[in-house]
Design a binder for this molecule. Structure first.
Ligand SMILES: [Zn+2]
Length: 376
């Protein structure tokens, strides 16, 4: 064995990562949720809090789900400083998993403090985090699609007027069933006119792939969050693969875990595998870190151990993630090269590469990159 050899667990933790789909409040630690409740004298027992966190749901026997957790947390974060605290904790946890660049969603229309105050607090926390940890964090103002399109447009107008350099894009989240993305065209058009980048949760919860198509073709999304049912539309998927439309994909997504509670069936049928095989540009993501009982290392471990992607695939996904990020173009090549070199150096220290059954193994290459190299 090499003297400085690495275990696979260390490898998954240490490889540089770019995280583009992370809801700030999904990363609130359970102890922090309880602390906030105490601060504002809100009656919340330890058991109540644990019901929101997947890690504790076997113990409590009750699962309240990620969206309910976010709704509870927005009510508990009553001062702008609470946002600064949570961002610093989120960044510390991400840094411990070698996340080098992080784009975080928050919902300006759901916060108790005014948007300008929340942005100022988050921005001051980002400055501290960047100085202390050397990681870069940016913000995405996300539309709560359970509220009206007019509220969404008003939110985007306010964010656009602030024109804060750390708020770089607009997204949309929450329950999609009765709120397809086209209802929010005006908010997105205002965002685009203000020079903000666009992303959106589309076709989560097994919903029809037209939501992805509408997001890309009508709204003009730069990225799609989730988008799993694109695998049901082979022609469209082939075109998006060739065009390199990025999809942020979440192995810990709740809907599919509930759909196929049997682990073997879940790993076989989860669309992330098929999306990889189609050569779509997939960006591994954690979504709701503590709420989902996951972290960035676990996300990459799952891709290998459950979905059969090999380490060449993880390297390709890092390249895709850098390309899909909203880092300044001039930084992408420099940082991407440095992170890939780090990835290679860590891989060279592995005691063993993962043992993946040949019939199950995927060596992922994004279709657009293969086409650019002139391969068939
Ligand atoms: Zn999400």
């Amino acid at each position: 064995m090499k003297p400085d050899s690495l275990s696979l667990a260390d490898f998954y933790r240490l490889i540089p990562k770019v995280e583009l789909h992370y809801h700030l409040l999904g990363g609130v630690r359970v102890a922090t949720m309880l602390d906030l409740a105490r601060k504002y004298a809100v009656p919340l027992t330890g058991r109540d809090a644990k019901c929101y966190y997947r890690a504790h749901q076997a113990e409590t026997g009750e699962a309240r789900g990620g969206i309910a957790a976010l709704e509870c947390l927005y009510g508990l974060m009553r001062e702008a400083d609470d946002y600064a605290r949570v961002l610093e904790e989120v960044a510390e946890d991400a840094h411990a998993c070698a996340v080098r660049y992080l784009e975080l969603f928050w919902n300006p229309s759901d916060t108790v403090p005014a948007t300008a105050d929340v942005v100022a607090a988050l921005a001051s926390a980002i400055v501290r985090v960047e100085a202390r940890l050397g990681m870069r964090v940016r913000l995405i103002a996300s539309i709560n699609r359970e509220k009206s399109p007019e509220e969404a447009a008003a939110m985007v107008r306010e964010v656009a007027l602030l024109a804060h350099p750390l708020v770089i894009g607009v997204g949309i989240d929450y329950r999609e069933e009765n709120a397809p993305i086209e209802r929010f065209w005006k908010a997105y058009r205002l965002a685009a006119a203000a020079g903000l980048r666009l992303t959106g949760h589309c076709s989560e919860f097994g919903l029809h792939w037209r939501n992805v198509e509408t997001g890309v073709e009508l709204i003009g999304l730069d990225r799609v969050d989730h988008g799993y049912t694109i695998v049901d539309a082979p022609e469209l998927a082939a075109r998006y693969a060739l065009e390199g439309v990025p999809f942020t994909v979440v192995p810990s997504n709740t809907w599919y875990l509930r759909q196929w509670p049997d682990h073997a069936e879940w790993r076989r049928r989860h669309p992330i595998r098929a999306m990889g095989q189609l050569g779509l540009s997939i960006v591994p993501a954690t979504d709701d870190w503590h709420i989902h009982a996951t972290d960035a290392a676990n996300c990459y471990r799952t891709l290998v151990e459950d979905f059969g992607f090999d380490l060449d695939s993880l390297r390709a996904m890092l390249e895709v993630s850098v390309r899909a990020s909203w880092l300044p173009e001039q930084d992408k090549a420099r940082l991407g090269d440095a992170w890939l070199a780090e990835f290679d150096a860590l891989r060279a220290r592995l005691a063993f590469e993962p043992d993946i059954d040949e019939a199950w193994r995927i060596t992922y290459r994004p279709r657009f990159a293969v086409a650019a190299e002139g391969q068939p």
